[in-house]
Design a protein around this ligand. Structure first.
Ligand code: NOJ
Length: 561
């Protein structure tokens, strides 16, 4: 029997339930003024590219004034644009033009911490312990007779202690402040009502400017356990901690999201928020998606999954079961600006038991087979785009860009590099400026020509970058870019894709196969060459061998019952 959806039609349901959102890491997307860094006008110039790709929305990583210690995730002013990236007028123009093209706009909001250059933090440094200025952040006295021992044993995600001792205005060593990330990113005190009111103003500011939604940075981190008890084990916490941590996923965060929901709902047009909540198991994520909280949360399960049918199937089932209880759609993610690109992860695979993880930044390049990684990333894309719900594509994913693994150490900029004591190279390898053209000049087309000439791109690009460029892939009808364009266009016209039901079809342990309404079948082959089911092929991630599906290949088909 054919699978039928009983949801309202796609036009009638909220847009974010089905949306394919394209993540723009602004510094690396497109540079309009030749300074080697991406900017707002650069994005505007590329709107036709995004329209042709067929995405529904864009999420732009933080574009606010920032000293760029963590490339914008250290915000100095939440209601303006970083001068290197443009102006508020440019932002408004971009939002309006994207809307005219039918593309929604999501901005990144960073509520867990600000930059140490934020006006409030500068005021806190000058004010006395116990003052209202200090209370906006998390300042504490140190332990020990001289107060020189940090207030507790918390570590920063980027490495080292999560506490930094300040020098008081009188020149004496003083209190400590909490920074779960870089030293330059002091954590706000969300028990303080001024902080809450401030962020409500920030939300309204951007909603008034026309944005359709927010991506909430570290959405599971704002509330800390009462009394700041020690973390259970030493070491730097991962964003997704294996054990409960006194600073992640505390119950109090939900009250914040309930108040944000009311603000979002007070605006017309299905405004939304998507949580970066690295919480586990899936049932804990569902708590962020209750109807009176956030619409959406990234599902990070795929970021930490092996390229393996069984693991992926378990994770798909787990997420769908958990979120369906609260009526939220799934949102699948294979890549973002914090993890090694999936081409490399899938090429390297995992060696269970050796402590290797899919997020391993160093990996063993000798084991890399890029051809395999690209084939798997393409198959993964067709899997993701056929699953129920929405999906996030990180810039360059549509080009199946590999990670850049050999950025010279003196060019690394991620705070992780320094804070890990130069042991973790950090995330720069997935943030290298996008290659738009085949030729190396102007950063492979990243920087547009202008009369001032072109500066070097902020991160160096490898010599081979041009072979993955938009220009070269536009010339090749079998390229990854061509496949994404076709897939997104099919997804738009197939009313059974996006949110709605799915049903597994059993074709053997090495194949993931599922049906969607409209007699649509997606088959992904993780094993050796396998027979193609009966039906008409709509799209495949690689060449099909007569009646066979080669290994690491996905196929979209129309079947008859
Ligand atoms: C998560 C962001 O994705 C990451 O890039 C950033 O470094 C941390 N949050 C801190 O804001």
């Amino acid at each position: 029997m054919s699978l039928v959806s009983n949801l309202p039609s796609r036009e009638k349901r909220a847009w974010w339930r089905d949306a394919v959102t394209y993540q723009i890491y602004i510094r690396s997307f497109s540079d309009s003024n030749g300074d080697g860094k991406g900017d707002v006008e650069g994005i505007r110039a590329r709107l036709p590219y995004l329209k042709a790709l067929g995405v529904d929305a864009i999420w732009i990583t933080p574009w606010y004034p920032s000293p760029q210690n963590d490339h914008g995730y250290d915000v100095a002013d939440y209601m303006d644009i970083e001068p290197d990236y443009g102006t508020l007028d440019d932002a408004k123009r971009l939002i309006d033009e994207a809307h005219l093209m039918g593309i929604r706009m999501i901005v990144d909001i960073v509520p867990n911490h600000s930059s140490d250059q934020h006006k409030w933090f500068q005021e806190a440094l000058l004010a006395a312990p116990g003052s209202k200025e200090r209370d906006r952040y998390i300042f504490r006295d140190g332990k020990g007779p001289n107060g020189d021992i940090p207030p507790n044993n918390w570590n920063a995600v980027f490495g080292g202690s999560a506490w930094h001792r300040i020098t008081e205005p009188d020149g004496k060593p003083g209190q400590w402040y909490l920074h779960l990330f870089a030293v330059e990113q002091p954590d706000f005190n969300w028990e303080n009502s001024e902080v809450r009111q401030y962020f409500e103003r920030v939300l309204r500011f951007w909603l008034d400017l026309g944005v359709d939604g927010f991506r909430i940075d570290v959405a599971h981190g704002m509330i800390k356990a009462e009394g700041l008890p020690d973390q259970p084990a030493p070491g730097s916490p991962e964003m997704l901690a294996a054990v409960s941590m006194p600073f992640w996923d505390q119950d109090g965060v939900h009250e914040i999201y309930r108040s944000w929901r009311k603000i979002l709902d007070s605006y017309p047009g299905d405004r939304m928020a998507v949580a970066e909540a690295w919480v586990s198991p899936a049932s804990r994520i569902a708590r962020y998606l209750r109807p009176d909280e956030l619409a959406n949360s990234f599902n990070f399960d795929f970021l930490t999954s092996k390229w393996e049918a069984k693991t992926l199937r378990e994770r798909i089932d787990g997420s769908i079961a958990a979120i369906s209880e609260v009526g939220a759609p799934a949102s699948w993610v294979f890549n973002n600006h914090d993890v090694v690109r999936s081409v490399d992860r899938f090429a390297l695979g995992l060696t269970p038991g050796t402590g290797d993880t899919t997020l391993d930044r160093h990996g063993d390049s000798a084991k890399l087979d890029i051809r395999v990684g690209v084939a798997r990333a393409r198959a993964g894309a067709l899997l993701m785009l056929a699953l129920p719900g929405g999906a996030y594509i990180y810039q360059g994913e549509e080009l199946t860009l590999p990670e850049v693994r050999d950025i010279p150490e003196d060019r690394l900029t991620d705070p992780r590099w320094k804070m890990s004591g130069y042991t973790d190279k950090g995330r720069d390898g997935c943030r290298v400026p996008i290659p738009w053209t085949m030729k190396e000049e102007s950063g492979f087309g990243f920087s547009h020509q202008n009369t001032m000439g072109i500066e070097e791109t902020w991160l160096p690009q490898p010599k081979w970058w041009g072979s993955y460029s938009v220009e070269s892939q536009e010339k090749d009808q079998d390229s990854s870019l061509a496949m994404y364009r076709k897939a997104l266009s099919i997804r738009r016209s197939e009313s059974g894709l996006g949110d709605g039901p799915m049903k597994w079809v059993e074709l053997g342990d090495d194949l993931l196969a599922f049906e969607r309404p409209g007699d649509f079948l997606c088959v992904v082959n993780f094993g050796k060459e396998a027979p193609l089911p009966q039906g008409d092929v709509i799209l495949s991630s690689g060449p099909l061998d007569g009646g066979k599906i080669p290994s690491d290949t996905a196929v979209w088909m129309r079947i008859s019952h």
